[in-house]
Write a protein that binds this ligand. Structure first.
Ligand code: NAI
Ligand code: MG
Length: 504
C-alpha cells in the first residue's frame, strides 16, 4: 500500500490547503479561535496526521449564529430574487465539479474512500444535488385553499398559503461521506432561503472546509453559510441548544440523536434526524443470483460498511442459502483491501482506531453468540491503518446483538428462512428498531412490490439496494430518524407554511 500525502505533488493547492490550521468560516471569512486544544486530522489509511483544525465551542457557535441571523433577517438571501439565488447555487455546482480532483484527493485522505470513486461518482452526485435544489428555487409556491365551510352566513373566506424559509439552521454531519453529506443538507436549506451553520465531524472536516472556500468564490452573501469546526460535545452541543437557531438537522448515531432531542427543547427547534440503520437485504428463492449476490456484497462492503444504508442483515431463502453464502465468501475473499490516491480498492479503512476497535469487538460478540464466521473477522495487521477484513457470519438469529445493533463496519450477518409467506418474511425484515433502507430480490416483480409494501423502511429497493437520487426522498421509519431529506420533501423540511385568510 502506498498512501502518503506526498503523492498529492501535482496538486499544490491541496498541499497548501492541508498545511493550514483550519479555523471557522464565519460571516464570509476564516477566523481562528477556540480555546480548546486543536484537533489533529489523521488519514485512516496510515494513521498519520495530515492536517489540523481548531476546536470551536460556545463562543464560535454564538458568533456564527449571530452572522447567520443577521444575514437571514436582512433578507439578502431569503428575499433575493429567486432566479438570482438559483444562479448562485448553479454556479456553486459548477465550481464543485471543476474542483473534483482536489475534493476527491482530500476526501480520499480524510476518510480513506477510493479517490476514483469519489471523483467520478461522489463529487458528481454532490454537484447534481445542488443543481436539483437550485431548480426548486424558482418553484417554491403556496396554494389557494377552497373553503370547506361557510365563514359566516353568506360570507366566504379566501385563503392562500405562502412558503417561507424556516430561518437559521444548524446542520451537524458525520464522517462517512462528509462532502456529500454536507451538500445533502446545505443544498435544500440554501435553496429554501435559510442561513446555515455547518458543524462537520471532527474526524473528517477537510472537504467541508474546502467547500467553504468554494462558497467564498460565489456571489452568496456573507453570513448565509457559516462553518464551525469542533467536537460534538462542545461545538455540536452548543449549536443544538442555541436559543437563536430555528432548526437542527443531524445525521449520525441514534444515541447522539436522542441527546440532540433533549438539547433542542429549550426553544423547541424544528428537528430532523437521520440516524442509524440495520437494513435488510431479502433474497427470495426465485431471485437472479448473478445480480443479487454481487449487489448484496456491495450493499454491505461499500465504504467498509460505514454507511447508514448498509445492507448489513441478509435474509435468504433456505433453498439458495448455501449458493448465496458461497458466492459472497468468494467475493469477500477476492476484494482488494487498501487505499491509494491513484488506484481503486474495494475495501478501505475504517475511519479511526476507535471505530476499528468497536467493529472488532462486535466480531468477538458474534463469535460468543454462536454465529458461524465463514470469512474475514480480523484486523489487517500488515497495514498501518484501520483496516478490517470483509467479514461474514452465517447461522445468525434475530436475538443476537450483531443482528440487532448497527456495527458500521464490513460485517454481514446472514439469516435463513424456509417460508414463502410474505407476511412472515416481512416480519423478519421488520424485526429491528431501525427502518432506513431495505431491498428485496426476486424474479417476480409483482411479489417484489407486495413485499416492499410490507417493509417498514423509508426506502425499499426491488432488485436494487440504496438507489440514491437527489429527487428521491430518503429518511427513516422507527429509530432511524425523523423527517426526510432529498426530493421535494427535503425542501419542505426547510420551509414554514403560512396560511393567510381574508373575508371576501
Ligand atoms: P456521532 O453521532 O457521535 O457523530 C456524528 C456528529 O455528531 C459529529 O459531527 C459529532 O461531532 C456530532 N456530535 C457528537 N456528539 C454530539 C452532541 N452531544 N451534540 C451535538 N453533536 C454531537 O457518531 P460517531 O460517534 O462518530 O459514530 C458512532 C456510531 O454512530 C457509528 O458506529 C455508527 O453506528 C453511527 N453513525 C451513524 C451514521 C449515519 O449515517 N446514520 C453516521 C455516523 C455514525
Ligand atoms: Mg460520537
Amino acid at each position: 500500500m502506498s498512501f502518503v500525502t506526498k503523492q498529492i505533488g501535482s496538486h499544490e493547492d491541496v498541499q497548501s490547503f492541508l498545511a493550514r490550521k483550519h479555523g471557522h468560516f464565519i460571516n464570509g471569512a476564516w477566523q481562528s479561535g477556540g480555546d480548546l486544544k486543536p484537533i489533529a486530522i489523521k488519514c485512516p489509511a496510515t494513521g498519520l496526521q495530515i492536517s489540523t483544525i481548531e476546536s470551536g465551542g460556545e463562543i464560535e457557535i454564538d458568533a456564527a449564529v449571530k452572522a447567520a441571523r443577521q444575514a437571514f433577517e436582512s433578507g439578502v438571501w431569503a428575499k433575493m430574487v429567486p432566479v438570482e439565488r438559483a444562479r448562485i447555487l448553479f454556479a456553486l455546482a459548477d465550481l464543485v465539479e471543476a474542483n473534483a480532483e482536489q475534493i476527491s484527493y482530500l476526501e480520499a485522505l480524510d476518510i480513506g474512500v477510493s479517490r476514483g470513486l469519489m471523483r467520478d461518482i461522489g463529487v458528481k452526485l454532490a454537484a447534481d444535488q445542488i443543481r436539483y435544489y437550485a431548480g426548486w428555487v424558482t418553484k417554491i409556491n403556496g396554494e389557494t385553499i377552497t373553503n370547506s365551510r361557510a365563514a359566516a352566513p353568506g360570507r366566504e373566506f379566501l385563503t392562500y398559503t405562502v412558503k417561507e424559509p424556516i430561518g437559521v439552521v444548524g446542520q451537524i454531519i458525520p464522517w462517512n461521506f462528509p462532502f456529500g453529506m454536507a451538500l445533502q443538507k446545505l443544498a435544500p436549506a440554501l435553496a429554501a432561503g435559510c442561513s446555515v451553520i455547518l458543524k462537520p465531524a471532527e474526524e473528517a472536516p477537510l472537504t467541508s472546509a474546502y467547500l467553504a472556500d468554494l462558497i467564498a468564490q460565489t456571489d452568496m452573501p456573507s453570513g448565509v453559510f457559516n462553518l464551525v469546526n469542533g467536537v460534538g460535545r462542545k461545538a455540536g452541543a452548543a449549536l443544538s441548544r442555541h436559543p437563536d437557531v430555528d432548526k437542527i438537522s443531524f445525521t449520525g448515531s441514534t444515541s447522539v440523536g436522542k441527546e440532540i432531542l433533549h438539547a433542542v427543547t429549550g426553544n423547541l427547534k424544528k428537528t430532523a434526524l437521520e440516524l442509524g440503520g440495520k437494513s435488510p437485504v431479502v433474497i427470495l428463492k426465485d431471485a437472479n443470483l448473478s445480480e443479487a449476490i454481487p449487489a448484496a456484497a456491495r450493499a454491505i462492503f461499500f465504504l467498509s460498511g460505514q454507511n447508514c444504508m448498509a445492507g448489513s442483515r441478509l435474509l435468504v431463502h433456505a433453498d439458495i442459502h448455501d449458493q448465496v453464502v458461497e458466492g459472497l465468501v468468494e467475493i469477500a475473499k477476492s476484494m482488494r483491501i487498501g487505499a491509494d490516491l491513484e488506484n481503486s480498492y474495494d475495501i478501505g479503512p475504517l475511519i479511526s482506531e476507535r471505530q476499528m476497535t468497536r467493529v472488532l469487538a462486535y466480531i468477538d460478540t458474534g463469535l460468543g453468540e454462536g454465529a458461524k464466521l465463514v470469512t474475514g473477522g480480523k484486523r489487517v495487521k500488515s497495514m498501518a491503518g484501520y483496516f478490517v477484513e470483509p467479514t461474514i457470519f452465517t447461522n445468525c438469529s434475530s436475538s443476537m446483538r450483531i443482528v440487532k445493533e448497527e456495527i458500521f463496519g464490513p460485517v454481514l450477518t446472514i439469516q435463513k428462512f424456509e417460508t414463502e409467506d410474505l407476511e412472515d418474511i416481512a416480519a423478519m425484515a421488520n424485526d429491528t428498531i431501525f427502518g432506513l433502507s431495505a431491498s428485496v430480490w426476486t424474479g417476480d416483480v409483482s411479489i417484489g412490490h407486495k413485499l416492499a409494501g410490507k417493509i417498514k423502511a423509508g426506502q425499499v429497493g426491488i432488485n436494487v439496494h440504496a438507489a440514491i437520487d437527489p429527487a428521491t426522498p430518503f429518511g427513516g421509519y422507527k429509530q432511524s430518524g425523523w423527517g426526510r431529506e432529498f426530493g421535494q420533501d427535503g425542501l419542505e423540511a426547510y420551509l414554514e407554511t403560512k396560511a393567510i385568510t381574508a373575508y371576501l
